[in-house]
Write a protein that binds this ligand. Sequence first.
Ligand code: AMP
Ligand code: GLY
Length: 425
Amino acid sequence: MNILLIGSGGREHAFAYKLSESKNCDKLFIMPGNPGTAQHGTNVPINPNDFLLVGKFCIDTEIDLVIVGPEEPLVKGLRNHFDADEKLKQISFVGPDKKGAQLEGSKDFSKAFMKKYEIPTAAYETFTLKNIKSGIGYIKSHSLPVVIKADGLAAGKGVLICETNEDAAKEFEAMIRERKFGDASSKVVVEEFLKGIELSVFVLSDGTNYKILPSAKDYKRIGEGDTGLNTGGMGAVSPVPFADKIFIKKVEERIIRPTISGLKNEGIHYVGFIFIGLMKVGDDPIVIEYNCRMGDPETEVVLPLIKSDFAELMKKCADGKLNECELQIDERTAATVMLVSKGYPGDYEKGKKMSGSDQCENSILFHAGTKLNDNNELVTNGGRVMAITSFGNDIKEAVSQSLKNAEKISFEGKYFRRDIGYEFF
Ligand code: AMP
Ligand code: GLY
């Protein structure tokens, strides 16, 4: 079958890597892709948010299956565009429609959904300009820290954890009155702070059946020891040692099943990945957030552990036949270490020449922010540049293999965390 994969980061390189291994994948196109995805298929320089062009490309190249990596085209309704067209709706599609993508696209929607279906999550209230005064009152008497969240997509920056009520009230006003995140913060969720250990569980849903993928933990802070600013993710490990069978059973019974049946009950035919961000509070899983896609860099550790034919898994998912698939998972542990540009997550320079990839052994290099310059040389093209994934019998072994290769790749301003997985050593 011919497959179109949408996206351009390390996550999509990991998807492309898995899809190209499959005997079921004839032609693979990545839109727009990066130099890493180009090793496994053909990059297509079309903006995935230009739905008309995406649809035309699919017809012209006889695409059988579309897989969407990032949230933006989903939240904007790429699936709805396909569903509304006689020809395009014949194409198998992995990714929820606009309404399903609200699980990620609107914090208020996802919180109300969890409340309705009694899925454990932090207590909250939602406010807009209309009830801003009662919001300020609510915040002033809230226990500390207070968590303030912009309702809509805010490029990962819309969540603030405030240590004082005054700070929280100030941020809250900046979001609503000054539109700190534009439309995304015209509605704001104020919620209780959860204290525990974070991890993520990924579910693949065909609307009725589901498969639980390996758990993962990502390391979001820029500095070692989980210090400094939040990033898109500096590394990840999978599976998470404390997410044992008993814990995952709780996640399945208390969260996954009510989520899948709740979506159905809302009339949402959810086909695609559900990324469940969890806090383990005591021994119990509490939902922090849903995303309507896989995580990045979690994908770079979760997908390499899947032994089943990945293109077949995606096709069965799209066609509502996940029950016909058996999910086989590698017994080993996977870890990934992200190489980033100096200055990230603040300002950073691009276009730094990269070398040493050919010296790396026993790791998979997933390109995140790279490109080929006019001289066909590999250069940096983003804050997160490359994810180095390795396997091991345990986290320590997998991480140290990635670290060895992290030393071999050079570019000016390279930075990475040496302590990914530290709490499990
Ligand atoms: P989100 O964008 O919802 O993933 O939030 C970003 C990060 O903020 C999460 O990964 C958590 O580390 C943190 N966070 C969000 N909500 C809470 C909460 N209620 N309690 C504690 N930490 C939170
Ligand atoms: N690594 C977190 C995310 O993909 O949202």
